[in-house]
Design a protein around this ligand. Structure first.
Ligand code: DAH
Length: 357
């Protein structure tokens, strides 16, 4: 190069600064000072105009070459520093997985028994091929009642002690769902059979005493296919009861009952020896074969499809399995109760590892 500032000196300086940068912040400062908008190398371009015309091209090319060299050196140094930072972090965060759990949040927190039992149920039904479906707590009258074969003025409506919202101008009313059964309707309206779902969730009824609270939990089950029959229903419920109560055999009693959305309808009791109290029958759920009107209300042909449904009180089976006497305590947010009856966060129910071990 015939004239212009000495680039080799500048190059040496900048490369040394890059090599000396001890961390990413220092390196970035070097980058800004060298090839940033107002950096030393960038500003060289501004001097082009002061050079004789015949030197400009060669000088410009040298500056660009220097810029490339510097930016390659910056990249290389950056990669080195990043690697060193990662190694330092890995060394600092080294965990000895053989140590006992520290008395932190994971040890102290407790899972509410109802949540634990819900996880147990999901685990059992997932193993039987069911998926989990959900619906909203605020429902329409139509889905909570009418489509389930409970028309206006049907006596079953009175039994539900429904919380209604104020009527809308068109006269329709929203309500807090009184059972999880509307999720059956929502599922059949949107899915083609075969259907195998459980729908856990909160339900609401205007009722309160030792075994009733205005909000409680249910698990709905629904199976729809072309050849589903009551034998399937009984088998599924029996498999569930054995797995849930963690016993080899559960004696069940199917009592004729009535629900508008099933025909025939049954209530199911288990022989309480399953929970160490022989000589008693305990009701755990209602079930039946889905009523043809319900299938038709959802656009399914009752000549082609059939299936079964069941509805189970989640809080109730929690009380039975874990011997909890007062339902109201479930919802009183009493930390002492939760510490006593709650489950460890680390105690995930699995069929393989034991549901409640
Ligand atoms: N929905 C009913 C209730 O809350 C429970 C029930 C009974 C659900 C029979 C069902 C069923 O799906 O088939 O009392």
């Amino acid at each position: 190069m015939s004239s212009g500032p000495d680039l080799s000196r500048l190059e040496m300086d900048v490369l040394r600064e890059i090599a000396d940068a001890g961390d990413l912040a220092a390196l970035d400062a070097v980058r800004v000072a060298a090839i940033g908008k107002k950096g030393r190398i960038s500003e060289l371009m501004g001097q082009l105009g002061t050079l004789p015309a015949e030197d400009r091209k060669a000088f410009g090319a040298s500056v660009n070459a220097l810029k490339t060299k510097v930016s390659d050196a910056l990249d290389a140094r950056k990669a080195t520093l990043e690697m060193a930072a990662l190694s330092a972090r890995l060394a600092a965060e080294r965990a000895d997985v053989t140590l006992p759990v520290r008395a932190g949040a994971e040890m102290l927190g407790r899972i509410h028994p109802v949540s634990q039992v819900l996880d147990e149920c999901i685990e059992i039904f997932a193993d039987l091929g069911f998926e989990v479906a959900e619906g909203p707590d605020i429902e329409t009258d139509d889905l909570n009642f009418t489509k389930l074969n409970i028309p206006a003025e049907h006596p079953a409506r009175q039994e539900h002690d429904t919380f209604y919202f104020n009527p809308k101008p068109d006269g329709s009313r929203l309500l807090l769902r009184t059972h999880t059964s509307p999720v059956q309707i929502r599922t059949m309206q949107t899915k083609k059979p075969p259907i195998r779902i459980i729908a856990p969730g909160r339900v609401y009824r205007c009722d309160s005493d030792q075994t009733h609270t205005p909000m409680f939990h249910q698990i709905e089950g629904l199976v729809i296919d072309e050849k589903t029959h009551m034998g399937h229903l009984k088998w599924v419920l029996e498999e569930f009861a054995k797995a849930f109560f963690e016993v080899d055999n559960v004696t069940m009693r199917f009592r004729a009952s009535h629900f508008p959305f099933t025909e025939p309808s049954m209530e199911v009791d288990i022989d309480a020896s399953a929970i160490g109290k022989p000589g008693q029958w305990l009701e755990i759920l209602g079930c039946g074969m889905v009523h043809p009107n319900v299938l038709a209300n959802c656009g399914l042909d009752p000549e082609k499809y059939q299936g079964f449904a069941f509805g189970m009180g989640l809080d109730r089976i929690t009380m039975l399995k874990y011997g909890l006497p007062d339902l109201r305590a479930f919802f009183s947010a009493d930390l002492r109760w939760l510490r006593h009856y709650g489950f460890s966060l680390l105690d995930q129910p699995t069929l393989g590892g034991g549901l409640s071990s």
